[in-house]
Design a binder for this molecule. Sequence first.
Ligand code: SAM
Length: 284
Amino acid sequence: MNQRPEPAEGVLYVVGTPIGNLGDLSPRAKSILAKVSAVACEDTRRSGRLLNQLGRQGPFFSFHQHNTQSQIPKILQLLREGKSLALISDAGLPGISDPGETLVASARMEGHDVICIPGPCAATTALVSSGIPSSRFCFEGFLPTKNSERRRRLGVLAKEERTTIIYEAPHRLLKLLEELIEFCGEERPLQVSRELTKKYEHHIGPNIAAALEHFTTNKPIGECTLVLGGHTPTIPQEESDEDLKSQLELLIKKGVSSTEAAKIIAEKSRKSKRYLYDLIHRKA
Ligand code: SAM
């Protein structure tokens, strides 16, 4: 396979780094991180160790949620000068519940090339090991912390038919499991994946009630990702003519006219007013 020489000038590389197991850093990622002109990292101390291990001599600087606006113009200037840059986050794929999204959008707006060097991501790692349907899924990331917005999102998630992936900090896990029971019920399939790719990797399921029971007796520790099964809508049973007729008769007994009774029942059934009106007068 003929591949383009890397790193190329003026390109922003979005590089996936391990979510726990250093063995998951790909040879391509290693090579890019060692060779680019500069590396933008979420936490320079944490990523510095990784970069040192790779024998990187060149510069690296911080790019995190609190300095995004001031750093983006500097990074764009470096790209304009033809420098090759890598963006890494503390773990996983930058841009997935990490700073990166805005930088990538700004680089693209200016017409720079952005290339992803794929790597581990907690969301997909948890999903494919859950046994919960993975052919159609959506990613929620962290739920809002503000109560009204959080409950609104939970309401939407409760009706979501696709599998949903949620990130949560360990100290908020019990609260989230209680909320999920309230909105989705105890039986909804759920797997909580703890410490993915690490020594104490552990998967807890198969439903919300089981996960809550587990974490009530075992204090949640370590990073966790939740894979929530989708909502299965119940198909409303069509009411029989007999049922409809007795509802109509009950209304008529209360003094409601036949026309009005047909109208009321038509609104809550799938039958037309005409059909229901005829039903009132139909002999058993
Ligand atoms: N960009 C990262 C990715 O691609 O997975 C996610 C970053 S986000 C700031 C951190 C969250 O990801 C954690 O709170 C946790 O929900 C999830 N996470 C990261 N590493 C994990 C691991 N090893 N096991 C389980 N969940 C993990």
